[in-house]
Write a protein that binds this ligand. Structure first.
Ligand code: NDP
Length: 287
């Protein structure tokens, strides 16, 4: 890469686990677009300062990960429809003037939907349990509703946040017959034997080797347990679901697909994802 390569990156805390640099560098090679893409650790109380410094050093775009998607939303003065719907931003788009307003978008929803489709997972009429109510859950809830499942239960450690999330998506005003949305605290999870077709873990529990506590009755023989996290080994959530006979998937495919959408927003070219998925999977298995 030359010193004239454009600068991009991913910002988060923690960040060392992120495979985004590898993905964007692979897309850059594939499309012949010279760029530098780095992983940037921001102090928990230093998101804005870190972003501003990156911009004064010529940075043109950032992906945003845990726990900064809400702060990234607040940082922007211009939002895409998807970001406005989610109230969370995972892609920041800057102009060359570091003082100019920043645009925020959210590609998590597209990323998840493309990966579910890639894995042959149908959502129409299905019962979905969404664990977590942070930036990632906010990003995917709109597209999940649009896929017309029978119902979606959002369960979060903090039940208030889960309630607020579904209210933000119109739960109180939703007409009868359209997707039914409900929310609860994980500690108050209904124990009356409801089983789900798809359980999506959008909590960050896996990053610390934990798993949201759920009754085994949430699983049936064809349940798909999807963890947005990914790593060298299956997460505790995936192990729990697999041990009960469910099909468990990690978030590696979603990561590649949301990255492809960000790449398109920054460069106007849509990269191929198949080879990058395979390469990343291989790297994870061999590390
Ligand atoms: P946020 O920090 O915005 O939200 C974290 C969420 O996890 C909150 O709902 C929080 O609950 C919950 N949580 C944290 N720790 C625990 C725990 N020990 N037990 C139960 N719940 C917990 O993070 P994001 O929403 O941005 O990211 C969530 C996860 O999704 C991360 O693992 C991230 O890596 C992954 N992700 C993956 C993507 C991909 O492309 N594969 C894309 C986006 C995210 P509370 O509100 O109670 O604090």
């Amino acid at each position: 890469m030359s010193i004239h390569s454009k600068k991009y990156g991913v910002i988060g805390n923690p960040i060392s686990h992120s495979r985004s640099p590898l993905i964007h560098q692979a897309f850059a090679l594939q499309t012949d677009i010279p760029l530098i893409y780095s992983a940037i650790l921001a102090p928990l109380d230093g998101f804005t300062d870190t972003v501003n410094r990156f911009r004064t050093e010529g940075g043109l775009g950032l992906n945003v990960t845990v726990p900064f998607k809400h702060e990234a939303f607040a940082y922007c003065t211009d939002h895409s429809e998807r970001a406005l719907q989610a109230g969370a931003v995972n892609t920041l788009i800057f102009s060359e003037d570091p003082q100019a307003p920043a645009r925020g978008d959210n590609t998590d929803g597209v990323g998840l939907m493309r990966d579910l489709a890639y894995n042959g997972i149908e959502l129409t009429g299905k019962r979905i349990l969404l664990l977590g109510a942070g930036g990632a859950a906010r990003g995917v809830l709109g597209p999940l509703i649009a896929a017309n499942p029978a119902n979606i239960l959002v369960a979060n450690r903090n039940g208030e946040t889960a309630g607020q999330l579904i209210r933000d998506f119109g739960a109180d005003s939703r007409p009868q017959g359209v997707v039914s949305l409900s929310a609860c605290a994980l500690a108050d999870f209904p124990l009356d034997g409801i089983a789900f077709d798809l359980i999506i873990n959008a909590t960050s529990a896996s990053l610390s080797g934990e798993c949201p506590a759920l009754p085994d009755t949430v699983l049936h023989i064809n349940t798909i347990a999807y963890d947005m996290a990914y790593g060298t080994a299956p997460t505790v959530f995936m192990d729990w679901a697999s041990a009960k006979g469910a099909r468990a998937l990690d978030g590696l495919g979603m990561l590649v697909e949301q990255a492809a959408e960000s790449f398109y927003l920054w460069h106007g070219v849509y990269p191929q994802t198949e080879q990058v998925r395979a390469r990343l999977r291989e790297e994870l298995h061999s590390s």
